[in-house]
Write a protein of this length. Structure first.
Length: 590
C-alpha cells in the first residue's frame, strides 16, 4: 500500500513537473509573442512619428506659403492705395485744368494809353472825373470787357498818357490788350474835348464836318454810318480774335486731357495685366495647396486604415490572451484537484511519510501562490488592455470626427475657389468691356478734335472774309470823295438818285455783318455743345474706372477671405497632428 502511494506520489510529482514545465513554456511563449508584438508596435509607432514629422514639415511649408500669399495681398493693397491716390491726384489736376479750359480765371493787368494827340492838358482842369469816366468807357469798349472791369485810371503829365487797370480772362494776353488800346479811337474823349478846342481849330473842324456831311448827303449815305460801322467792325474784330484765342485754348485743353487720359489708360491697363498675372499665380498656388491637402487627406486615410488593422490585431491578441487564461484556469483547477487528492492520500500515509508529504504540500502551496500571482498579473494586464482599447476607440472616434469635418471644410473651400474662378472670369469680361468703352471714348475724342479743327478752319476763313470786308470799307472813301467833287462841279437836279453801287456795297456789308454775327453765335453754341459732350465722355470714363476699382477691391477681399480660411484649416490640421502625437506619447508612457 505504501509503495502504491509512493508510486502515485511520484506520478503526481511528474505530472506536476510536466504541468509546471508546460506552464513555463506557455508563459515564456506568450511573453515572447507579447515582446514581438510590442516591438512591432514600437516600430509602427516610429514610422507613424516619422510620417507625422513629414506632415508637420509639409504643414509648416503650407503655412509659410500662406504667409507669403498674405504678404503679397498686403503689397497689392498698398499698390491699390497708391493707385487710388494717383487717381485722386489726376482728378484734382483735371479739376484744376477745367477752369482754364472753360475760361473761368480772371487776372488784372495795367496798361498805358497814349493821349498826346487829343491835347487834354486844358480839358483836365476841372473835368478830371468826367474825363476819367470817358477814358474808362473807351478802354472797356476797345478791350471787350465791362465798364466795372476797368479801374485805376491815372493821367500822366499834361494828360499825354494814362494808365488803367483791366480785369480780363487769362486767355487774353497783355500784348493783345496793348494792341487793341493802340487802335482805340477814344470816341468818348473826342466828344468830351471838342467844345474846348480853340476857335480856329473848331471852325476848321466844323467846315470839315460840313463838307463830309454834305458829301455823304449828296451820295445818299447816312452821315454817321461810317463811324458806326467802323466802331462795330473794330469790336467785331476784337470779339473774333477773343473767340479764336478761346478756341485755341480749348483745343490745347482737349489735347492735354486726351494725352492725360491715354497715359492713365495705359497705366491702368498695365496694372490690370499685372494684377491678372498675380491672380493667376495665386490660383495656381491655391491649386497646389489643395493638391497637397488632398495628399494629406489620403495619408490620413491610410493612417486610419493602419490604425484599424492594429485594432484588429489587438483584438486578436486579446482573444488569444483569453484562451490562454482559460487554459491556465483549467490547469489551476486540475492542480487544485490534484492537491485535494494528495491531501486525501496524505491522511492515509504513515508517520514516516508525513515529512515528505509536508514538503510536497509546501511545494503545492508555492505553486498556488505562483498561480495567484499569475492570475493577478493577467488581471492587471487585461485591465490595462481594456483601458487602452477604450482610449484607442475614443481617439479613433475623435479623429474620425475631425477628418469628417476637415473633408466638409475642404469641399466648402473647393466650392469657394470655383466661385472665385468664375468671378475672375467675369472680371476679365468686365475688363474687356471697359477697354472697348475706353476705345469708343478715344474715338469720340478724336472726332471732337477733328470737328474742332474744322471749326478752326471755318473761323480762319471767316477772318479772311472779314479782312476783305475791312479793305472794302477802306476803299469806300475814294468813291465818296469823287462823288463830292462831281457834286461841287455840277449841281444835280432835285430828282437825282444816289449811286446804286455805293448803296449795294453798304447793303452787302450789312448783310455780311449780320451773317458773321449769326455764324459767331452758332460757333459759340457749337463750342458749348462740344464742351458738354466732352464732359459726358469724361463722366462715363470716370464711372468705368470707379467700377473697375470697386470690382478689384471685391476680388482682393475675396482672396483675403480664402487665404484666412485656408490658414485656419492648416491650423486645425496642425492641432490634430499635435493631439495625435500627445496621445501616442501618453500611450507610450503607459
Amino acid at each position: 500500500r505504501a509503495e502504491e502511494l509512493n508510486r502515485q506520489l511520484l506520478d503526481r510529482e511528474r505530472e506536476l513537473e510536466e504541468v509546471r514545465n508546460a506552464h513555463e513554456e506557455v508563459k515564456t511563449r506568450s511573453l515572447n509573442e507579447l515582446n514581438d508584438q510590442a516591438e512591432e508596435l514600437n516600430r509602427q509607432l516610429e514610422e507613424l512619428r516619422a510620417e507625422n514629422e513629414q506632415l508637420r514639415a509639409g504643414d509648416e511649408e503650407k503655412v509659410r506659403e500662406l504667409n507669403e500669399l498674405n504678404d503679397q495681398v498686403e503689397f497689392m493693397k498698398c499698390q491699390l492705395e497708391q493707385l487710388r491716390a494717383e487717381n485722386e491726384q489726376l482728378l484734382s489736376q483735371l479739376t484744376a485744368a477745367e477752369p482754364s479750359v472753360r475760361l473761368g480765371d480772371i487776372v488784372r493787368t495795367r496798361h498805358r494809353c497814349s493821349l498826346s494827340l487829343f491835347g487834354l492838358g486844358d480839358a483836365l482842369v476841372g473835368n478830371l472825373e468826367v474825363l476819367r469816366s470817358a477814358v474808362t468807357m473807351d478802354v472797356a469798349s476797345a478791350v471787350g470787357v465791362g465798364v466795372e472791369d476797368v479801374d485805376g485810371v491815372e493821367f500822366g503829365a499834361n494828360a499825354s498818357f494814362c494808365e488803367v487797370g483791366v480785369s480780363h480772362d487769362v486767355c487774353l494776353s497783355e500784348e493783345e490788350i496793348d494792341r487793341r488800346l493802340s487802335r482805340c479811337p477814344f470816341m468818348s474823349v473826342r466828344r468830351l474835348i471838342s467844345p474846348s478846342v480853340a476857335a480856329e481849330d473848331a471852325l476848321e473842324r466844323a467846315h470839315a464836318m460840313v463838307d463830309v456831311l454834305s458829301k455823304l448827303e449828296a451820295c445818299g449815305v447816312d452821315p454817321l454810318l461810317n463811324v458806326v460801322v467802323e466802331e462795330y467792325m473794330s469790336r467785331l474784330v476784337l470779339e473774333q480774335s477773343a473767340m479764336a484765342l478761346r478756341l485755341e485754348r480749348a483745343l490745347e485743353g482737349f489735347r492735354f486731357l486726351g494725352t492725360a487720359h491715354q497715359r492713365r489708360e495705359l497705366d491702368l491697363l498695365e496694372e490690370l495685366d499685372e494684377r491678372a498675372t498675380e491672380y493667376t499665380d495665386m490660383l495656381e498656388k491655391t491649386e497646389e495647396m489643395m493638391q497637397m491637402l488632398e495628399e494629406a487627406r489620403q495619408a490620413e486615410c491610410s493612417a486610419r486604415n493602419d490604425l484599424y488593422k492594429r485594432e484588429e490585431a489587438l483584438l486578436e491578441l486579446e482573444r488569444r490572451r483569453d484562451v490562454e487564461v482559460r487554459d491556465l484556469e483549467s490547469m489551476t483547477h486540475a492542480h487544485r484537484n490534484l492537491l485535494q487528492s494528495v491531501r486525501y492520500s496524505q491522511e492515509m500515509l504513515s508517520n514516516n511519510q508525513v515529512a515528505g508529504l509536508l514538503r510536497e504540500a509546501e511545494r503545492v502551496s508555492d505553486l498556488q501562490r505562483q498561480t495567484a500571482l499569475l492570475e493577478q498579473e493577467n488581471g492587471a494586464l487585461r485591465q490595462e488592455m481594456a483601458q487602452r482599447a477604450v482610449a484607442h476607440r475614443e481617439a479613433m472616434e475623435v479623429l474620425n470626427n475631425k477628418v469628417a469635418t476637415l473633408m466638409e471644410e475642404l469641399e466648402v473651400k473647393g466650392t469657394e475657389y470655383t466661385e472665385t474662378l468664375g468671378k475672375l472670369e467675369e472680371f476679365v469680361g468686365l475688363l474687356e468691356a471697359s477697354r472697348a468703352a475706353e476705345k469708343a471714348a478715344l474715338m469720340t475724342l478724336e472726332r471732337r478734335e477733328q470737328e474742332l479743327f474744322e471749326l478752326q478752319a471755318a473761323h480762319d476763313e471767316e477772318m479772311r472774309e472779314l479782312e476783305g470786308a475791312m479793305r472794302q470799307l477802306d476803299l469806300l472813301s475814294l468813291p465818296l470823295q469823287e462823288g463830292y467833287g462831281d457834286a461841287r462841279a455840277a449841281e444835280a437836279p432835285p430828282g437825282t438818285t444816289p449811286d446804286s453801287g455805293d448803296a449795294g456795297v453798304v447793303r452787302s456789308m450789312r448783310q455780311q455783318l449780320e451773317r458773321l454775327k449769326r455764324e459767331k453765335e452758332a460757333l459759340a453754341m457749337e463750342l458749348e455743345v462740344k464742351g458738354r459732350q466732352h464732359d459726358d465722355a469724361m463722366d462715363v470714363l470716370n464711372r468705368n474706372i470707379g467700377d473697375l476699382m470697386g470690382e478689384l477691391d471685391s476680388r482682393i477681399r475675396g482672396c483675403q477671405v480664402s487665404a484666412t480660411s485656408a490658414k485656419e484649416l492648416l491650423r486645425d490640421i496642425a492641432m490634430l497632428r499635435s493631439a495625435e502625437e500627445e496621445d501616442d506619447e501618453s500611450n507610450e508612457g503607459e
